[in-house]
Ligand binder design. Structure first.
Ligand SMILES: [Zn+2]
Length: 189
């Protein structure tokens, strides 16, 4: 399978969906080894340095996010930064190198929303395009259990939406989140 033929597979509640991707790779445009500056040779899913032998793999980047629920409403965070600035996003973010995903989720929620959360079930796992990369988005249900709500960090605004009041799909930041909200709405209709 070449990168061009790459088909992304999202797992949702054990079912698998095939999504056509934007076909970008984290290795697109890489010419030189980041370790020794030697020339890179591209393979189907990797690049290898001819000088030092370093191999760089085109892997998705793990991300964590929460569908935070309270009284039948879901908390969305309007993006204050690129990519997709101004669109409605789930609060969440990227992990530090040695951070457990659930610790990272609680930290990101604290940083972006001011809220302490209780993490519930894993809602699903989606693959979303993000700034030339593919993000493996681990998505949990969560409920707020403390803290003082306030938008901060990468978030411009926070708002709560009922199942019938969600923003239109083209105002949601990532395709996986559109699916996650549809899944949530189907259980809350
Ligand atoms: Zn090298």
């Amino acid at each position: 399978m070449t990168l061009v033929d790459l088909v992304l597979v999202a797992l949702v509640h054990g079912r698998s969906f095939r999504l056509s991707s934007s076909r970008v790779s984290i290795l697109d445009g890489w010419e030189f080894c980041p370790r020794c500056r030697g020339p890179l040779t591209r393979g189907a899913n990797h690049a290898r340095c001819a000088d030092c032998g370093e191999t760089l793999w085109a892997n998705p980047v793990p991300g964590v996010q929460a569908l935070v629920e309270r009284d039948g409403q879901v908390l969305l965070a309007r993006r204050g930064i690129e990519p997709r600035i101004g669109l409605w996003d789930f609060p969440g973010g990227f992990l530090d190198e040695h951070e457990h995903p659930l610790d990272g989720l609680r930290r990101e929620l604290r940083e972006e929303t001011g809220l302490e959360i209780e993490v519930g079930d894993l809602l699903g796992i989606w693959l979303d395009p993000y700034d030339g990369r593919t993000i493996l988005s681990l998505t949990w249900l969560a409920t707020p259990v403390g803290g003082v709500e306030r938008a901060a960090d990468d978030v411009a605004e926070l708002a709560w939406f009922g199942a019938a009041e969600l923003p239109p799909n083209d105002q949601i930041a990532f395709p996986g989140q559109v699916e996650a909200l549809a899944l949530w709405r189907s259980t809350r209709g």
